[in-house]
Design a protein around this ligand. Structure first.
Ligand code: URP
Ligand code: ZN
Ligand code: ZN
Ligand code: ZN
Length: 470
C-alpha cells in the first residue's frame, strides 16, 4: 500500500485552520492531506474527532534530583508514559547542572536516563546553576551549537539561583550564541524575608508557602529579568506566570518593543491559595505547593485574559511530580516539611492533565478556539524552541505526531486513571469535557483509549534548531 496509515474524515485543527480531511502517513511522516484517500496498512476512522498536532509540553521535570533528597515521582519512563496518555507526543524536560559539575557531563547523565526509556519524543533544556568561566566561555556555547538551544535560569532557590551579575553574564552568552533563556522570576531575598517572618510568627503550614512566595516578589523579579534582558539585547521567556502583576510587566515590556515571551500553566487557571489550606490549614495543602503558587480567582481571570489576548505564547504543565507519601521520607510528607513550609518539595504533577484541562475549561467552555488551543499547546512551543516544522503542525513533511481528540467525551479526573508516578493529582474530581482517544508519535500509536500500546524506547531524542524568536 501507498501509506502505512490513513486517518480518515477527521476535523483537522492547526494553529490557523480547521478543515475535514484524510491524512496519509508514510515512514513516520505526514505524506498527504486530501479527501477520499485509499491504500494503507491501517485505516483509522476519525469521523467526529478532532485531529490535532500532538501536544508539546515544553516545561516538565523528570528524574531531577533535589537538594534535600526528596525524589521526583517520575523518571523518563513513567513521565513520558503519562505525557502520552495526556495527548502529548513531545516533551521538553530539564537537564539540571549540579553545582561543581560540568554542563556536558550533566547533559550526558540525562541522556543516559532517557535512552531507551521514552514512549514519546524528548529534547532537553539545560538548567544553568553554576556559570563558571569555563561554563560561560566554552561549555555553554558548545552545547548551544550542538542543539541544546534553550536553557533555564533561576532567580530563587538556594541551590539554583544566580546573582544579577551572573544572570547578565549568562544572558550575554545567549546573545552571542543565539540561545533562548527561560527565566524563573521570583525575588529570592523577598521570599526569604517573608518566610523568616512567617516562621517567627509560628506560621509554618504549607499554606504559608503561598504567602512567602508573594506575587509582589514575582512581579519585581519579572521586571528585573526583563531589564537585564533589555541591557543584553536578548529575547527571554518568562515561565510559569501566575497572575496579573507579572503579566503587566510583560505587557509593559512589549509596549516598548521588547521581545518578551510568556508561559502559563494549568495550576494558575484551576487552583488557588485556598487549595494550599488543605482541609483545615493542615499538611494536605502540601499537595498544591509549587512555585510560583496558585493565587486567587481574580488572578485566574487575569490569566484567562492573557491566554485569550496573546500575552501568553505557551501553555505548559511545569510537571514537577512528587509523591505525597514517599518511601523513607522522600515525598512531600516528610518530617522536615512538617516543621515548615520551607521544606515542602516544590512542584505538582500535571503532564497528563494539561491538555484536557485547557481544552475543557478553554475550548469546551467557549473561552478560546480549538485553533488557539493548538497554538498554545503545540505550534508555539515548537516554533519557540526550534522544533518547527518537524513538530507542532499538521503539514506535509512534518512528523506524524497526532492526537485524535473526542471533543464530546466527559471524564472526571481521578488519580486511579492516571499514568504518572505520583500518588495523587491536584485535580482530583475535576470534570472535563474533551479527551484524547489516541496518541500517535511518528505514525505509531502510543496510547489508545487510555491504554498504553506503544513501546518504551519508541521515543527519540530531538536535536533542536535555534529558536525562531532569537
Ligand atoms: O514548584 C515548581 N514549579 N517546581 C518545579 C521547578 C520550577 O521552578 O519550575
Ligand atoms: Zn521554575
Ligand atoms: Zn550584557
Ligand atoms: Zn518547572
Amino acid at each position: 500500500p501507498e501509506f502505512d496509515l490513513i486517518i480518515r474524515n477527521g476535523t483537522v485543527i492547526t494553529a490557523s485552520d480547521r478543515f475535514v480531511a484524510d491524512i496519509g502517513v508514510r515512514d513516520g511522516r505526514i505524506a498527504q492531506i486530501s479527501r477520499g484517500m485509499e491504500g494503507a496498512d491501517e485505516v483509522i476512522d476519525a469521523t467526529g474527532l478532532l485531529v490535532m498536532p500532538g501536544g508539546i509540553d515544553s516545561h516538565v521535570h523528570f528524574a531531577q534530583p533535589t537538594s534535600d533528597g526528596t525524589v521526583m515521582a517520575d523518571d523518563f519512563e513513567t513521565g513520558t508514559r503519562s505525557a502520552a496518555a495526556g495527548g502529548n507526543t513531545t516533551v521538553l524536560p530539564f537537564a539540571l547542572q549540579e553545582k561543581g559539575k560540568s554542563l556536558r557531563e550533566c547533559v550526558k547523565a540525562y541522556h543516559a536516563k532517557a535512552e531507551g526509556n521514552c514512549f514519546i519524543d524528548v529534547s532537553f533544556h539545560m538548567i544553568i546553576s553554576d556559570p563558571t568561566p569555563q561554563v560561560l566561555g566554552q561549555e555553554l556555547p558548545a552545547l548551544v551549537k550542538d542543539g541544546y538551544t534553550s536553557f533555564k535560569v533561576f532567580m530563587t532557590y538556594d541551590d539554583l539561583m544566580l546573582t544579577d551579575r551572573e544572570l547578565l553574564e549568562v544572558f550575554d552568552v545567549a546573545r552571542r550564541e543565539g540561545a533562548l533563556v527561560m527565566v524563573h522570576a521570583e525575588g529570592h531575598d523577598a521570599i526569604k524575608h517573608m518566610a523568616a517572618r512567617l516562621e517567627r510568627e509560628g506560621k509554618t503550614a504549607p499554606y504559608y508557602h503561598g504567602i512567602a512566595h508573594s506575587q509582589i516578589a514575582e512581579r519585581e523579579a519579572t521586571h528585573r529579568a526583563i531589564s537585564h534582558a533589555q541591557l543584553c539585547e536578548i529575547p527571554i521567556m518568562i515561565v510559569h506566570v501566575s497572575g496579573e502583576d507579572p503579566m503587566e510587566q510583560i505587557q509593559w515590556a512589549r509596549r516598548r518593543g521588547l521581545n518578551v515571551l510568556a508561559e502559563t500553566c494549568p495550576q494558575y487557571i484551576q487552583l488557588t491559595m485556598d487549595d494550599l489550606k488543605g482541609l483545615n490549614m493542615d499538611f494536605e495543602g502540601a499537595k498544591y505547593v509549587c512555585s510560583p503558587p496558585p493565587r486567587d480567582s481574580a488572578s485566574q481571570e487575569a490569566i484567562w485574559r492573557g491566554i485569550k489576548d496573546g500575552t501568553f505564547d505557551v501553555f505548559s504543565s511545569d510537571h514537577a511530580p512528587f509523591r505525597y507519601q514517599g518511601r523513607n521520607n522522600t515525598g512531600k510528607d516528610n518530617p522536615n516539611a512538617r516543621t515548615s513550609f520551607r521544606w515542602v518539595p516544590n512542584g505538582i504533577p500535571g503532564v497528563e492533565t494539561r491538555l484536557p484541562i485547557l481544552f475543557s475549561e478553554g475550548v469546551s467552555k467557549g473561552r478560546i478556539t480549538a485553533e488557539r488551543f493548538v497554538a498554545l499547546t503545540a505550534t508555539n512551543p515548537a516554533r519557540i524552541y526550534g522544533l518547527y516544522p518537524k513538530k507542532g503542525s499538521i503539514a506535509i513533511g512534518a512528523d506524524a505526531d497526532i492526537v485524535l481528540w473526542d471533543p464530546e467525551m466527559e471524564k472526571t479526573i481521578t488519580q486511579g486513571a492516571l499514568h504518572h508516578g505520583s500518588d495523587y493529582t491536584p485535580y482530583e474530581g475535576l470534570e472535563v469535557k474533551g479527551w484524547p482517544v489516541r496518541t500517535i508519535c511518528r505514525g505509531r500509536t502510543v496510547v489508545r483509549d487510555n491504554k498504553i500500546v506503544g513501546a518504551k524506547g519508541g521515543g527519540e531524542y530531538c536535536t533542536r534548531a535555534r529558536s525562531e524568536m532569537v
